[in-house]
Unconditional design. Structure first.
Length: 317
């Protein structure tokens, strides 16, 4: 059973009626509901297509944050084999908000970095709701250094509301860790592919997303700050997040136009959570295509191409 967003109420009402009719059949009632169920299913498809064809930026933000949207662990389970997770930053401790290690991607050895939010209360607390601390970024740096040493391409999957803003994180050098992780992304001489699979907010995202190829799912969002944070700063009112989302140009479609992202990966109508395996496979195909485009390139060529990519952002608007 799906959780419905506010703007999906027409879909929710129709699907509730379908469930009710199917229950009548399962209870052994002698009423033929086949035609009515078929008619309602057609109306669900029509309503879904109509609603998702004209989502606002704020509605896309809600889809990107949907609690049932597939998370990093779902992608890793389907895309990677022979996974070896690495823990700790060799400095302070472990940060479960960032999962990193080495694996095989379609038979090819790779390093991976992913932000994991968790999907229930216990796992969300364990992963700190996907908000990394400094040791998480230092772990990411450690994995990228390892990848360069062994000439492994790096795949990063972004899904965070931002880096953790707590006092302890600031005391342990949160800003410095984010800056150094971003610097490492730009410096490594191996392919780095990033996919924004949910929300990519602030330095919490860019620290592992300054990549050779940056892709976004159709209904994901990517920005220097969350809409709520922007509204609080600009208008002292987080309730104006909807207005902020519209003005900030946070959608994949806007960012593709600005040259911030390279490709948009389509989602099924209704969002990634409705057909997660289809979306994950599409991400895998796009990642494979990105890696293939850099096969045969030297480390210096990869670095220069990445540098030129970021220097060009915003220059040809």
């Amino acid at each position: 059973m799906y959780s419905y967003l506010d703007f999906e109420r027409p879909i929710s009402d129709l699907e509730a009626k379908i469930i009710e009719l199917k229950k009548i059949v399962s209870d052994g009632e002698s009423i033929d509901t086949t035609d009515e169920i078929r008619r309602l299913e057609t109306r669900v498809d029509e309503a879904m297509n109509e609603i998702y064809a004209k989502l606002t930026p704020w509605q896309k933000a809600q889809v990107a944050r949907h609690p049932q949207r597939p998370h990093f662990i779902d992608y890793a389970a389907r895309l990677f084999t022979e996974v070896t997770l690495l823990a700790g930053d060799r400095n302070f401790g472990e940060d479960a908000a960032i999962q990193a290690g080495v694996a095989r991607f379609r038979g090819r050895p790779v390093a991976f970095i992913g932000e994991e939010k968790g999907n229930d209360t216990k796992s969300r607390l364990k992963h700190n709701f996907g908000m990394p601390r400094p040791e998480g970024y230092r772990k990411a740096i450690r994995v990228m250094e390892l990848a360069e040493r062994f000439n492994l391409p790096v795949i990063s999957l972004v899904d965070t509301a931002g880096a953790y803003p707590g006092v302890g994180a600031e005391e342990r050098g949160q800003a410095e860790a984010i800056a150094r992780s971003t610097q490492m992304c730009l410096r490594i001489g191996v392919p780095l592919i990033t996919v924004v699979i949910g929300e990519g907010m602030s330095g919490g995202a860019i620290a592992i997303a300054a990549a050779s190829r940056v892709y976004m799912l159709e209904h994901s969002i990517y920005s220097v700050i969350s809409p709520e944070g922007a509204a609080s700063i600009l208008w002292r009112d987080s309730a104006r997040a909807k207005e902020a989302a519209t003005n900030m140009k946070i959608t994949a479609q806007d960012l593709k136009g600005f040259g911030v992202v390279d490709e948009i990966i389509p989602e099924p109508v209704g969002g990634a959570h409705r057909h997660s395996e289809t979306v994950i496979d599409a991400c895998g195909d796009q990642i494979a295509e990105g890696l293939a485009s850099m096969d045969g390139m030297s480390g210096e060529e990869i670095r220069n191409q990445r540098r030129q990519k970021f220097l060009a952002i915003g220059r040809n608007l």
